[in-house]
Structure formats: structure tokens, C-alpha cells
Design a protein around this ligand. Structure first.
Ligand code: HEC
Ligand code: HEC
Length: 342
């Protein structure tokens, strides 16, 4: 089978429009905020050119800042009691998450969210499930200060690192004049930006190797496009560039899930009623490695996550067979990381 890389998007959700802008003006909306017009009738389609784009390997050789960022990312001195590092919850060699339902911070403190992957996070238009950090740089403050995660502060971290001659040297080699909150964050961000996973079989397929996917996987890709998954999971990161409500057709948490404060999503950030249950659409790159799923880690398998998406996001219950195809396609989104970053 030989599929084109961009599908005509021809059913269910055929029109994007900025409903919030139409109603209230666009001023307060962060860029990229789109809502979907679900009333668009079948047949009224126009090609939106919605597509998944391939990603490329970052330029090499990596600078000394990337190496320093890697060291800091794995350094437990960033936590109050020297017990956990960023990598405790974002295991780079294993999908960039921690495999837990929700993360566990210092002293066994249980968080409220499932850890998303840090791989390819540089492609996300905002960070955290609710998008409350605009950039990776801003994001670093979150885990460092969060009392359920590292519960530390920059003064403490800077003082600790300053007593270590080896790391002082590494900062200087990376071109930083001193160890500071700013230089620590900058190095971590340089490392995170290098954590790109190109050469997934799907990327190879998109860039012309039509044999890279089996017939079943190509059918899964066709279903992903045709059903409208791509209306939310799109672009280079197959997600990460929109906020959307979880539970478009029905409220998942009232019917199947267990609501917590985290369930309110962006409502916790903006206080706007229309943002209740709204989340950053997560990237689906490497998703086969990042179970359990959803912001609360409530779902153990990819198949179950896809079933819920089909029903609650698209109002289209799908056969077991189609679910298997969609899942087979999602498995092709697992990419590669250079050994030196792991
Ligand atoms: C205790 C576990 C834990 C630690 C330690 C931790 N994280 Fe996270 N990380 C999480 C969780 C949970 C989230 C999601 C939180 C949310 O959305 O509110 C997250 C979110 C992120 C995100 C956003 C990804 C996205 O797609 O939105 C990035 C980037 C990130 N962490 C990087 C880091 C860095 C850098 C450090 C170290 C300074 C770190 N994390 C330490 C658990 C952790
Ligand atoms: C209307 C937008 C929308 C559509 C359409 C959509 N999704 Fe999602 N998807 C989301 C949002 C938002 C989340 C995050 C929900 C949460 O965690 O609360 C998500 C989460 C997921 C996850 C879990 C990812 C993770 O890391 O936890 C998978 C897998 C997924 N979607 C696959 C699909 C598939 C396959 C389809 C098509 C059958 C689809 N989605 C259709 C918005 C959408």
C-alpha cells in the first residue's frame, strides 16, 4: 500500500475556528489556542492540510552546555534532601517518563500528575499538562520548588554546586561565567532541546521510505488521519501545539474516571469556566514507551487510551480490530536518541 503523507481530512471535524476569538476577542488567548467546531457536517470538508511532520536529528557535535545540562539533569543535589534528580521522574533511556501512575517526589511524596516525557519537549508550545509554563526555561522552576517533587530552592542548589570543583569547571567550559539559577536553567534547557528522537519508522515513512511501515501500520495511520485524531495530535510532535478539552462528546471523568483538582486542567491556571477539563494535547511521539496514560495516569494500556480518545474526543466507538491498527501505528512513532545523551 502506498499512502500519501498528507490526507484530505474529510469527516467529523472538518473545520477549525477560533470560537473563543469569535465570542470574546482573541486578546487573552495564548497563541495556538484553537477550539474545534464539532457541528461541521459531514461532507462540508475542506482540506486543512493537517499533517504530521517529520523531525530531524539536532545538529552535532553537541556543545559543552548540553553535556553540563545532562549532568545537572541527573544530579540529585537539585532536590532538598539530595535524593532525587530530574531523571528520577524522567528516565531518558526509557521514554523520558517514570512509568508510574503519578510521580513520587522526595520522602515518598505523591504528586497529582503523570510525568510526561521530556523527549521532544522543545517542540511543545507550552509546558505541563495545563500549559502553565510558557517555555522550557520557565518550566525548570516547577519541579525544583514543588514541595511534592524536589522541594528545593536556587540559593541552596547554587551553594551546593559551588563547593564542587569538577562542576565549577564544567560551567566554565560551557561558557558560563558563574553558577547561578540562570546558568543552571540554561544548561538544562540546552540538554532538553537536544533530546529529540528522529528516525522513528514513521519519520522514515514520511520522508519517502514507504516500506518502513507494514500494511497494518499504514492502515492505522490512515485511520488516525481519517477519524480526526490528527485534528488534535498534529505537527512535528504529533501533539503539543494546542489546548483541547478532554471529553468533547462526554465527560470522561463523570462517566469513567475519578476527578481530582488536576482534572480541571487549564481551569486551575486561568480560572475560566471554558478551560475546565482543557489540557495541552500531548505529543504522541514515543507514546508506546510512556504508559500509563493521561494527565492522571489513570489508563494502563495504549489500546484503552485510544478507545477512550475515539469515544470521548471523536464520538466514534471503533472496533477492536481498528483499535489494534491505531495502536500498531502509534508504535511506529518511537524514535532514536544518541547514546551520548542517555
Ligand atoms: C518527582 C518527579 C519529577 C521530578 C523530580 C521532575 N519532574 Fe518534570 N515532570 C513531572 C511531572 C509529574 C510533570 C507534569 C506536571 C504537570 O503537568 O503539572 C512534569 C513535567 C515536566 C516537563 C513538561 C513536559 C510537557 O510536555 O509538558 C518538563 C520539560 C520537565 N518536567 C522537566 C523536568 C526537569 C528539567 C526536572 C528537574 C529540574 C524535572 N522535570 C523534575 C515529574 C517530575
Ligand atoms: C479533540 C482533541 C483530541 C482528539 C480528536 C484526539 N485526542 Fe488524544 N488527547 C487529547 C488530549 C487533550 C489528551 C490529554 C488528555 C488528558 O490527559 O487529560 C489526549 C491524550 C491522548 C493519549 C494519551 C497520551 C499520553 O501521553 O498520556 C493518546 C494515546 C491519544 N490521545 C491518542 C489519540 C488517538 C489515537 C486519537 C484518535 C482516535 C485521539 N487521541 C484523538 C486530545 C485529542
Amino acid at each position: 500500500m502506498n499512502l500519501p503523507t498528507t490526507f484530505q481530512f474529510n469527516r467529523t471535524i472538518s473545520t477549525f475556528f477560533l470560537s473563543a476569538c469569535l465570542l470574546t476577542g482573541c486578546a487573552e488567548e495564548p497563541s495556538g489556542f484553537q477550539r474545534i467546531d464539532l457541528s461541521a457536517s459531514e461532507g462540508s470538508s475542506t482540506s486543512q492540510g493537517l499533517a504530521i511532520e517529520p523531525i530531524e536529528a539536532p545538529a552535532k557535535p553537541f556543545g559543552a552546555d548540553v553535556a553540563l545540562g545532562k549532568t545537572l539533569f541527573h544530579d540529585p543535589r537539585l532536590s532538598a534532601d539530595n535524593s532525587i534528580s530530574c531523571a528520577s521522574c524522567h528516565v531518558i533511556k526509557d521514554g523520558g517518563d517514570d512509568g508510574r501512575r503519578v510521580s513520587i517526589g522526595i520522602e515518598g511524596r505523591t504528586g497529582e500528575h503523570n510525568a510526561p516525557t521530556v523527549l521532544n519537549s522543545g517542540y511543545n508550545f507550552a509546558q505541563f499538562w495545563d500549559g502553565r509554563a510558557a517555555t522550557l526555561f520557565e518550566q525548570v522552576d516547577g519541579p525544583v520548588h514543588n514541595h511534592l517533587e524536589m522541594a528545593a530552592n536556587w540559593d541552596l542548589i547554587v551553594k551546593r554546586l559551588q563547593t564542587d570543583k569538577v562542576i565549577v569547571e564544567e560551567f566554565s567550559n560551557a561558557g558560563f561565567s558563574k553558577i547561578s539559577e540562570r546558568s543552571i536553567k540554561a544548561a538544562i534547557v540546552a540538554y532538553e532541546r537536544a533530546l529529540v528522537t528522529p528516525n522513528s519508522r514513521f519519520d522514515l515513512f514520511l520522508t519517502g521510505n514507504t516500506d518502513a511501515l507494514t500494511a497494518e501500520e499504514q492502515e492505522g495511520y490512515a485511520a488516525f488521519m481519517d477519524m480526526g485524531c490528527v485534528s488534535c495530535h498534529q505537527g512535528k510532535n504529533v501533539g503539543g501545539n494546542l489546548f483541547q478539552k478532554f471529553g468533547i462528546y462526554e465527560n470522561y471523568y463523570l462517566t469513567e474516571g475519578t476527578p481530582t483538582q488536576a482534572t480541571y486542567g487549564r481551569f486551575n491556571v486561568t480560572g475560566l469556566e471554558e478551560d475546565r477539563y482543557v489540557f495541552k494535547v500531548p505529543s504522541l511521539r514515543n507514546v508506546a514507551q510512556t504508559a500509563p496514560y493521561f494527565h492522571d495516569g489513570s489508563v494502563k494500556t495504549l489500546k484503552e487510551a485510544v478507545r477512550i480518545m475515539s469515544e470521548y474526543q471523536l464520538g466514534t466507538p471503533v472496533s477492536d480490530d481498528k483499535l489494534d491498527r491505531l495502536v500498531a501505528f502509534l508504535h511506529t512513532l518511537t524514535g532514536e536518541l544518541p547514546e551520548e545523551l542517555i
